[in-house]
Design a protein around this ligand. Structure first.
Ligand code: G
Ligand code: G
Ligand code: MN
Ligand code: NA
Length: 255
């Protein structure tokens, strides 16, 4: 069984679905949003981890059609939750986007997904990694500006793990900075990690960009992140990624 042909097959046969992980507003203690996370269940292999199939989808460029489906399904789910009153504003649903997807036609496909399901751009966020910004492909600035013109938020994912050049934070405006969970993991045990997170939150604060901490697992991490002025939190302490029904139930309840 070749994984790349299985992947191609899986896209055609709709073996992919989305899980959702809620994001908490640490200031108000209410749900602020959720992140859509792609899952693949292969009939023989069972669940294939995203760490395996996403890089392959990127290499084979299957991420382009697959990513378009993700956007459409996320917008559909968002419309359903909005109609039911599950996610009152300013709830924001975040979708991960690979740099390979950011090419001609991408902005149109985002606009089409919003339009098709009647969701406002302001309730959608796109999570981009530093590599997207560093690739600095010609036109990336225009693409991001066009996305923001739709009202869509741009979140910088996995912050701190890439070749962090801070200059792009000024050039390419980001609405939220997501501190990678590797920093949060050792936050309460490593003085170095704590210094880094302190520096990141101070810098983001100076730039007026709110921060989301990923991978929050303990009350001790939460307390420290709050102290450092971190605005949003995501992690197993609050909620795991889960199917739309389970996550919808959580979102309707008080955190
Ligand atoms: O649940 P977790 O193992 O789901 O996700 C692992 C990685 O896969 C994350 O870094 C995430 O950014 C990436 N990922 C999850 N869903 C998507 C998606 O729909 N598109 C892209 N491009 N990456 C995704
Ligand atoms: O890179 P990205 O942030 O998009 O990846 C999200 C990944 O983080 C998903 O694989 C998700 O399952 C995972 N994740 C979410 N919360 C936690 C957490 O509290 N601890 C750990 N270890 N992983 C988490
Ligand atoms: Mn992400
Ligand atoms: Na991340």
């Amino acid at each position: 069984l070749r994984l790349d042909s299985a992947l191609r097959d899986g896209v055609a046969r709709r073996q992919f679905h989305l899980h959702y992980q809620p994001v908490l507003d640490l200031r108000t203690g209410t749900w602020h949003g959720a992140e859509a996370l792609l899952r693949w269940r292969h009939p023989q292999l069972g669940p294939v981890p995203p760490g395996t199939f996403i890089p392959l989808a990127e290499e084979t460029r299957l991420i382009v059609p697959l990513g378009a489906r993700v956007l459409d399904e996320a917008a559909r789910q968002l419309a359903e939750w909005q109609a039911e009153g599950t996610v009152p504003p300013p709830f924001v649903l975040a979708v991960n986007v690979s740099s390979r997807q950011l090419r001609a036609g991408f902005v149109d496909s985002v606009a089409a997904a919003l339009d098709q399901h009647g969701v406002p751009g302001s309730s959608l966020a796109l999570e981009l990694t530093e590599s997207v910004l560093l690739a600095d492909s010609p036109g990336i600035g225009h693409t991001l500006a066009d996305l923001r013109a739709l009202g869509v938020q741009l979140h910088l994912d996995d912050f701190g793990t890439g070749y962090s050049s801070l200059s792009y934070l000024e050039r390419l405006p980001m609405d939220v900075l997501k501190i990678d969970r590797s920093f949060v993991a050792d936050l309460t045990t490593s003085t170095e990690k704590r210094a880094l997170v302190t520096a990141i939150t101070a810098m983001a604060d100076a730039l007026g960009i709110p921060v989301t901490a990923e991978g929050v697992e303990t009350p001790e991490q939460l307390a420290l992140l709050r102290e450092l002025g971190c605005r949003y939190g995501q992690g197993y302490l609050f909620a795991r990624p889960d199917d739309p029904r389970t996550t919808g139930g959580l979102l309707r309840a008080t955190p």
